[in-house]
Design a protein around this ligand. Structure first.
Ligand code: BTN
Length: 253
């Protein structure tokens, strides 16, 4: 497929009409020795995947792409890139939304508009336990429509008032914003990323529930720990560091 998308220097595009999953294709490319900076974009996916083994329903009309990176750092540090990605998606979609847009982050890496999920991010990596050999950042944005009946309520850019979104331009904006935030992260570390993310995080300082595979924890959302884990002040137990889980806000349970 021939398309032209404005990408920052060092990034190159492989575009497809359809793929099983852009993350899977980026992984195949990584294992075949592709250089970092590859952007894999598909107009639809037949086996799009989400976090925690879920399916990411991917009909034409959404934006599905993956970035291949080789950050040469320990896996725990690479995990911080999910927050870099969330900031990039927020910056990328903002110009398409009406002025009074209610953009917020939901831990760990969802983007909400007016309380509903508009985008999800899935990081997958390979290599040893000491260093990451390759990292794929997969981003899905609901553009023209959103799935019904999802565990967490969803929305789309169209549903939030965006008109005539150009997928290629949106992709270019998100990658450019990603490149900008990646530079900040490389030069200054996680702190500025953490601050920016917390600045628009939903539920900070408020009661939330975190669903873990075997139970649900209720507490006050206190912030992000070093690698991006959630700090939850659990009533009667004190602060707990939660590396993975699904966050819900009180009115939504
Ligand atoms: C989630 O919120 O569960 C994460 C969803 C990530 C979906 C994107 S779409 C592009 C890339 N390819 C995939 O198969 N998944 C990610």
């Amino acid at each position: 497929m021939t398309v032209s998308v404005n990408l920052p220097p060092g990034y190159r595009l492989k575009a497809f009409d359809t793929l099983d999953s852009t993350n899977e294709e980026a992984k195949r490319q990584a294992l075949a020795g592709a250089d970092p900076g590859l952007v894999v974009w598909a107009k639809s996916q037949s086996a799009g995947r989400g976090r925690r083994g879920r399916t990411w329903v991917s009909p034409a009309g959404g934006l599905y792409f993956s970035l291949l990176l080789k950050p040469d750092c320990p896996p725990a540090r690479a995990a911080q890139l999910s927050f870099v990605s969330a900031l990039a998606v927020a910056e990328g979609v903002a110009p398409d939304l009406p002025r009074d847009r209610g953009i917020a982050f939901k831990w760990p890496n969802d983007l909400l508009v007016n309380g509903r999920k508009i985008s999800g991010i899935l990081l997958e990596s390979g290599g040893g336990s000491a260093r990451v050999a390759w990292l794929v950042v997969g981003i899905g944005i609901n553009v023209d429509s959103h799935p019904e009946g999802t565990e967490y309520p969803a929305t789309s850019l169209f549903g939030e008032g965006a008109k005539g979104v150009r997928h290629g331009e949106l992709l270019g904006r998100v990658v450019a914003a990603f490149h900008g935030w990646l530079g900040i992260w490389e030069r200054e570390g996680f702190e500025p990323v953490r601050e920016a993310w917390l600045g628009a995080a939903r539920g900070l300082g408020e009661p939330i529930s975190v669903r873990l595979p075997d139970r649900t924890l209720d507490g006050i959302f206190r912030g992000l720990a070093a690698e991006g884990a959630l700090i939850l002040d659990v009533l009667g137990e004190g602060e707990r560091i939660i590396p993975a889980g699904d966050v819900y806000f009180p009115a939504e349970e």
